[in-house]
Ligand binder design. Structure first.
Ligand SMILES: Nc1ncnc2c1ncn2[C@@H]1O[C@H](COP(=O)(O)OP(=O)(O)OP(=O)(O)O)[C@@H](O)[C@H]1O
Ligand SMILES: [Mg+2]
Length: 112
């Protein structure tokens, strides 16, 4: 199993959620975060105005997937989140040891 952590522009959240639903993703955790990339937040525009602080608002998505679903999910995120402009975000993929569905006690891919 893999854990996808995607940092995206906040206004792209709905598009990304829809794109992931279309490819059958079972669940998503969303957190409002702040961050910066290579431009260190300085030159990036947010809602038409230059942001005066180093950290820009972003949305973090966490999605646990079976390895067989990884590429489909990553491609759906890229397709929906890409504007071609700086600050579009980043996707991190890490190994996921275990998943436990609390209500049923199922584990592993069955719990996703
Ligand atoms: N190396 C990193 N480690 C952790 N978080 C990162 C890293 N790079 C980017 N992020 C997160 O992703 C957000 C968006 O990054 P961003 O898209 O600006 O990356 P970039 O490398 O500067 O690419 P671009 O040149 O397209 O802007 C950042 O605000 C930060 O939250
Ligand atoms: Mg950047």
């Amino acid at each position: 199993m893999k854990l996808i952590t995607a940092i995206i522009k906040p206004f792209k959240l709905d598009d990304v959620r829809e794109g992931l639903s279309e490819v059958g993703i079972a669940g998503i955790t969303v957190t409002e975060v702040k961050g910066f990339g290579r431009q260190k937040g300085h030159t990036e525009l947010y809602r038409g105005a230059e942001y005066v602080v180093d950290f820009l608002p972003k949305v973090k998505l966490e999605i646990a997937v079976a390895e067989s679903t990884l590429n489909t999910a990553v491609n759906a995120i890229i397709k929906a989140a890409n504007t071609g402009k700086i600050g579009d975000g980043k996707i991190f993929v890490t190994n996921l040891e275990q998943v436990i569905r609390i209500r049923t006690g199922e584990t592993g891919e069955l719990a996703i």
